[in-house]
Design a protein. Structure first.
Lengths: 816, 226
């Protein structure tokens, strides 16, 4: 494809046709008619410009499309990470703080807290018990929070009934659907503390205040050693964070006896737990969106600036024909608005489409009804309005410059030789020992410094994106390794604990004929060739007063310090009575290293350390004494160097066939990464690609503009003996210098962005992150990333360099 | 004498349906000859020069220059061919505004990869010979039309071409400068350089050209000297 001279400037005939019927001032007719005809002339001139500058039109359209898509995705995730929960919370008059208090505190004292300063409403006190519900899905003995509550609705925490009916008297129970599983129906029977109760309905609390509700007078259920009381508070000014809510609770309960409040859960904790994945994704998507928006504005300014500079003569002709400055401005703004609007519409649709699978997770979250609509409509509306507006504003600067030019000045500027910008530097380059095409290319940006700077910034942002995303991706791998401990534990052996699932329900696939004894399998595994370390782990669940969900207890029977847990704070446990907990546990519950955790059965353990773990459960890790009623058993295995994990797994599995023994041996190397990590890595790759394309398009635009402006010069050089290869080298080199500079500057900026975003993601996911997630940039990698700018520059310049190389000399020389 | 240019039945049409710019042109130029091509605007003079220089490709016939079928060469080979064998002078000089006079003259040598010292020596020699040595550090914008054309001639001669092509070399300069260009081309021709120039200027055609080709509607006719 060659550049024809007609493409570089407006065709006077076309301009005259556009103006002929409208632009020329008339002495007759109404002002409104003139305005109407003026608009027609502007439309015709803008349409001609769009058609004439097809490449620029496509570039503006594509960059706006990609930026709009990123922005919709970013804002959509940000808004939707809280939106559905907040709507449901407001609808249900959700509990700002759910407090658990000792059962022996008189009800009158508890009721009196409603009059405390800052309290807007209180529900309760409700009697509460933590007890096992017999007849529901799950291991026998798993305890649930059961609350005695007569009213479905009330001043706080209006429960949503999904099926069946609310309680009408004793002998009935309402369960959450999560607790009931799929087998129970209204009319089924369950038992609590030996009392038979009929299931009458299924309900949900937006903040998960209980897993089951019984009539308040059901004292045979609500009594016992685990009895407590529940108070649900709404505050007039709840505050923006967890600390403010806990302070408000402290104020409200100041009149209660010391130690009356045994636990409290805030709605912010619940919201964060529900939206953990989306919240973790949002920070980096927003970072990408901001980069995309800045890139779009920059490139639009460059496109319109280029159109004005190369169209000086056209502007002069338009003005001599009677176009007003306002009409000239309108022509230049309109020619970018057309592709901008088209790009925005398509981009918004693309962004909304990309957001759907991500937001589906929020909709499916426990207790929060979702509409499945994805990005809220107002976000789409906002982007549809703001994106073209931003492009129009970006175009306005250079368009005003066009509007201000006097007609004769514009024509003479368009014809005059270029002034002496960068001549000295270019001269020094051409006189240097560099090959002539390289020297000429390096000097080309100096002729248009402002364009060079805009291109440099576009390349810089593109390169920052590559540096940032490269680090982000590496960090996610590090975090995934820390979460899964795949570097330490290569093989796991899963086993059933005989009797753990009770008589009613068995594991999927039926029961094994001859279940293996975990200790025996552990001994056999330890003796197997290739085993470097192995340890048997028992798992159980327990309810802890004041915590919204059950605690997972992991008890190792041997040394487990090698199992790969990253210690974020404190130290590994050293024996019975000591535990380490996940950072998610600490951040969600308010516990800290050094605190004592009270477990059922009057047990108390000291929290000695915080470990990093990807689980969204409250996990507590200690020695075997931690678990008294195991549900599952597992052996974690580290292999000696050189051991084939697949062969090892196969050998062990053959020794303990799954069907007969219930033992399942897993080679963790072939396991899939977690869904969240897959989503994050895919998003990073997609967004990086989008922004890299935008940056490369920015370069493409610059090189197209420069090549068109200099096509005559290129023709002269070719006439003097410049080969097509030398022409390509010259054009590509013109961007390589900028790319190199951008790459060098982008490295520290990209690292800074990475270091700012990663901790925010960790906080959003309620987990500490391993230090290795921050230290992902190695010197060799940084040197390569420094070349990211060059890569983008070369990619963007390749196409127009090819055009320039193929342009016939005679055609180029005919160009004005 | 050796044939330097040999055109056989050369045709060139810019649009399939339009009139041809060149039609059935046969032309032979021997080494050392000076040929002037004249004719009205649109008669095909510049197209003829472009086809010989390899700046444009014919749509029919054969073009042989210095024993090479230029109509068959690739773009890369054409560029190398021009660099080695052909110097071109344009009506509007086509100097590069951001380069000094010396750098403009040095450009063909640098593109051809000539050694720097050798190239500088050759450029200085040409600038001296053409009377513009004092302007070697100036930019083209500061030169008169005649001076610019002298720079363009020096640049065309830089790589010691066998063939010098000139397209209206006096078309954009005043009478006094035109006379200087005429003398210069005459001198170069007298030194044995093969010259083919396209011009509207009868004085130039007479002074620099020993053969005269007339173009009309894309056809070339050799004028017999009176």
């Amino acid at each position: 494809m060659t550049t024809h001279p007609d493409q570089t400037t407006a065709h006077p005939d076309r301009t005259a046709r556009a103006e002929g019927s409208a632009g020329r001032p008339r002495t007759t007719g109404h002002a409104t008619d003139r305005r109407g005809r003026g608009a027609g002339a502007v439309f015709s001139a803008a349409r001609a410009a769009v058609a004439r500058r097809r490449m620029q039109t496509v570039i503006v359209g594509v960059i706006v499309l990609l930026s709009a898509a990123t922005t919709v995705l970013g804002i959509g995730l940000l808004v939707s990470s809280h939106g559905p929960f907040d709507d449901a919370f407001a609808e249900a008059q959700g509990s700002h703080v759910t407090a658990t208090v000792r059962a022996d505190v008189p009800a009158e004292q508890l009721a009196a807290t409603a009059g405390a300063s800052g309290v807007a409403a209180v529900a309760g006190p409700f009697d509460q018990v933590t007890a096992a519900i017999g007849g529901v899905m799950g291991p026998p003995g798993r305890e649930s929070v059961i609350v005695g509550r007569g009213e479905q609705h009330g001043p706080v925490d209006r429960l949503t009934l999904s099926s069946g009916a609310w309680l009408s008297g004793p002998g009935q129970i309402v369960l959450t659907r999560r607790m009931a599983g799929t087998l129970l129906r209204a009319g089924s029977e369950v038992t609590v503390n030996g009392v038979k109760l009929r299931v009458v309905g299924f309900a949900a609390s937006v903040t998960g205040t209980a897993e089951a509700w019984v009539w308040p007078t059901q004292t045979d259920v609500l009594g016992g050693e685990n009895a407590a009381r529940q108070l649900l508070y709404r505050f007039t000014t709840p505050g923006a964070d967890d600390a403010a809510l806990r302070a408000a609770l402290a104020t409200a309960t100041a009149g209660l006896p010391e130690g009356a409040v045994t636990g409290a859960v805030t709605y912010l904790t619940v919201r964060q737990a529900l939206n953990r994945t989306i919240s973790a994704i949002a920070p980096f998507v927003v970072a990408f969106a901001v980069l995309g928006i800045v890139l779009s504005v920059l490139i639009t300014v460059n496109v319109v600036n280029g159109a004005v500079v190369s169209g000086f003569r056209t502007i002069g002709i338009l003005k001599t024909l009677g176009f007003t400055p306002g009409q000239v401005i309108a022509v230049y703004v309109a020619q970018v608005l057309v592709p901008a609007v088209a790009g925005t519409v398509l981009g918004a649709a693309l962004g909304a489409g990309l957001a759907v699978p991500l937001l589906a997770q929020t909709d499916d979250a426990y207790g929060v009804p979702g509409d499945g609509a994805g990005v809220p409509l107002w976000v789409l509306g906002l982007v549809l309005v703001v994106a073209p507006l931003l492009v129009a504003l970006a175009a306005l600067g250079p368009a005003l410059r066009a509007g201000r030019l006097a007609a004769n000045q514009a024509i003479s500027v368009g014809r005059a030789p270029r002034t002496g910008r960068g001549f000295r530097a270019r001269r020094a380059l051409t006189a240097s020992p560099l090959p002539q095409p390289v020297a000429l290319g390096l000097g080309m940006p100096l002729a248009r410094p402002s364009r060079a700077v805009a291109t440099l910034v576009a390349l810089l942002l593109g390169a920052v994106t590559l540096v940032f995303s490269s680090g982000l991706s590496a960090s996610m791998s590090e975090v995934n390794t820390a979460f899964t401990r795949i570097d330490a534990v290569t093989v796991t052996v899963h086993m059933l604990v005989p009797g753990a699932f009770g008589p009613e329900f068995g594991p999927p696939g039926g029961r094994p004929d001859d279940p293996a004894e975990p200790a025996e399998v552990a001994a056999a595994t330890a003796a197997l060739p290739g085993t470097a370390h192995s340890t048997l782990l028992y798992e159980a669940e327990a309810r802890v007063a004041g915590l919204a969900q059950e605690v997972r207890l992991n008890g190792y029977t041997g040394d487990a310090s090698w199992t790969g847990y990253r210690i974020a704070a404190g130290r590994w446990y050293s024996g019975a009575g000591e535990v380490v907990v996940t950072s998610y546990f600490l951040r969600q519950t308010g516990y800290a290293v050094g605190d004592r955790l009270h477990l059922p059965g009057d047990r108390s353990v000291l929290i000695t350390g915080e470990v990093i773990n990807g689980s969204d459960g409250f996990t507590v890790i200690g020695d075997a004494s931690l678990v008294d009623k195991p549900m599952n058993a597992q052996i974690e295995v580290a292999l000696t160097p050189g051991t084939d994990a697949a062969a090892y797994t196969k050998a062990l599995q053959e020794r303990y066939p799954m069907e007969s023994t219930g033992v399942y041996v897993e080679d963790r190397n072939v396991g899939e990464d977690g869904e969240t990590f897959l989503i994050i890595q895919t998003l990073i790759a997609t967004l990086t690609l989008l922004l890299a394309v935008v940056a490369a398009l920015g370069v493409l635009n610059t090189v197209v503009l420069t090549t068109r402006e200099r096509i005559h010069e290129i023709g002269v050089l070719k006439a003097l003996g410049m080969t097509p290869r030398q022409t390509r080298i010259m054009i590509i080199t013109s961007m390589v210098g900028l790319g190199l500079l951008a790459g060098v500057v982008a490295v520290p900026l990209g690292i800074a962005l990475h270091h700012a975003v990663i901790p925010v993601m960790g906080d959003a996911a309620s987990t500490a992150l391993p230090q290795s997630a921050m230290e992902v940039y190695q010197l060799r990698e940084l040197l390569l990333l420094g070349g990211a700018g060059i890569l983008l520059a070369v990619l963007g310049a390749l196409l127009p360099a090819g055009w320039a190389a193929r342009t016939r000399v005679a055609t180029a020389l005919r160009a004005e | 004498m050796t044939e330097l240019i040999r055109l056989r039945d050369v045709a060139k049409a810019y649009e399939a349906a339009g009139p041809p710019a060149l039609s059935g042109v046969d032309l032979t130029v021997h080494a050392g000859e000076a040929v002037a091509v004249m004719g009205p605007s649109g008669s095909g003079k510049s197209t003829l020069l472009n086809v010989i220089a390899g700046l444009d490709r014919p749509t029919g016939g054969t073009v042989e220059v210095a024993g090479v079928r230029v109509d068959k060469l690739s773009e890369t080979a054409l560029a190398r061919f021009r660099s080695a064998h052909v110097g071109i002078i344009f009506q509007f000089f086509h100097l590069l505004d951001e380069m000094t006079v010396r750098d403009n003259v040095l450009l063909p040598a640098r593109l051809a990869g000539m050694r720097t010292a050798q190239a500088r020596s050759r450029a200085d020699e040409l600038l001296e010979r053409l009377g513009i040595a004092g302007k070697s550090d100036d930019y083209p914008a500061r030169l008169s039309g005649g001076q610019r054309q002298r720079v363009a001639i020096a640049r065309a001669l830089m790589n010691r071409p066998q063939l010098l092509l000139a397209d209206e070399p006096t078309g954009a300069v005043d009478q006094q400068a035109a006379a200087g260009v005429r003398d210069l081309l005459h001198e170069l021709s007298a030194d044995g350089l093969t010259l083919l120039l396209v011009t509207h200027d009868p004085q130039l055609a007479t002074a620099a050209g020993r053969r005269l080709i007339t173009m009309r509607d894309g056809r070339a006719t050799e004028a017999v000297p009176a």
